[in-house]
Ligand binder design. Structure first.
Ligand code: MF3
Ligand code: CO
Length: 291
């Protein structure tokens, strides 16, 4: 915890209210749970209402990006065409696609087809084919605030197996979301995601997960979907993170493309699906910020 604040001092959250009338009880509650040997959030993981409002504006652009992709995506298009859509919508609002130049990522969105797990790089040479399943992972910076979500799209005649994979991973995210509430643990969410994937015969990628988001692109905590109920960090009001499990039809093992050092594929060539939502922990549950 930060240095001791007087009860009549302004609260650390920036509300302008006295500490005793604002987060004093919150801090005491967290201290108790920390003393029970649980991992607990630090103050910088708690968003202020002002920050939440700014992040929601960013998320509006992010959701519109994906809505336009949903509207236009079709067999015969290239993944570069999807990249163009993202750039166009961002430009309209003076927003910046967060992936562009992020640690050297060369494009504005990630497009991951079939056995690509994540971080696929859009290209004019990559054409969407009948039967493809694709994840479009979109992240937006607006006025310095970050939003991040992804959706799956199915093109034409998709196999029953792939339809089930895509649908099941969506359910994983929904079941995980149900577990997001204050004073629970992140592992409650993680286990709900994992159990549903496993019950359907799928595996969950271990090495790559979700993250805190909003003021930065990737913040603490790191979010796993291979955790158990009652473990991992405490969830407290004001925390914001992504639920974005990558689920493989076959083995959980993955490798990174040696040519571009970005695109992640399943080791066994089985297909993979991912949905991503950005979630805020509220006083009485959760609010979905981007989807
Ligand atoms: N939404 C992805 C994530 O949360 C985006 C990665 S952007 C990239 O990690 F540049 F790293 F590919
Ligand atoms: Co993300």
């Amino acid at each position: 915890m930060a240095a001791k604040i007087g009860r009549n001092d302004p609260c650390w959250c920036g509300s302008g209210r006295k500490y005793k009338a604002c987060h004093e009880e919150f801090d005491r509650k967290i201290e108790t749970i920390k003393n029970q040997k649980h991992k607990v959030p630090t103050h910088d993981m708690i968003k202020t209402p002002e920050q939440v409002a700014m992040i929601k504006e960013s998320a509006k652009v992010n959701v519109e990006c994906l809505d336009v992709v949903a509207d236009k995506i079709a067999i015969g298009m290239s993944t570069e065409d999807i990249n163009d859509i993202i750039n166009e919508v961002c430009k309209k609002y003076g927003a910046i696609p967060a992936p562009l130049n992020y640690e050297g990522f060369p494009k504005s969105v990630c497009t991951s087809i079939n056995d690509a797990v994540c971080h696929g790089i859009p290209s004019k040479d990559e054409i969407l084919c009948d039967g493809d399943i694709i994840n479009v992972d979109c992240s937006t910076i607006l006025n310095g605030y970050f939003s991040d979500s992804s959706r799956m799209f199915m093109l034409g005649n998709v196999t029953e197996a792939d339809k089930k994979l895509v649908q099941t991973v969506k359910e994983c995210v929904e079941l995980g979301l149900e577990q997001v509430k204050p004073w629970g643990f992140l592992g409650d969410m993680g286990q709900a995601v994992h159990d549903h994937a496993k019950a359907n015969g799928y595996s969950v990628v271990r090495e790559i997960g979700g993250h805190g988001v909003g003021v930065e692109f990737h913040e603490e905590p790191w979010v796993s979907y291979c955790t158990r109920r009652g473990t991992d960090i405490l969830m407290a009001p004001g925390m914001m993170f992504t639920i974005e499990p990558m689920v493989n039809a076959g083995s959980h093992e993955i490798f990174i493309d040696e040519d571009n050092n970005w695109t992640v594929y399943t080791e066994d060539g089985s297909n993979s699906a991912q949905w991503e939502i950005q979630v805020l922990v509220t006083e009485d549950g959760h609010e979905v910020i981007s989807w």
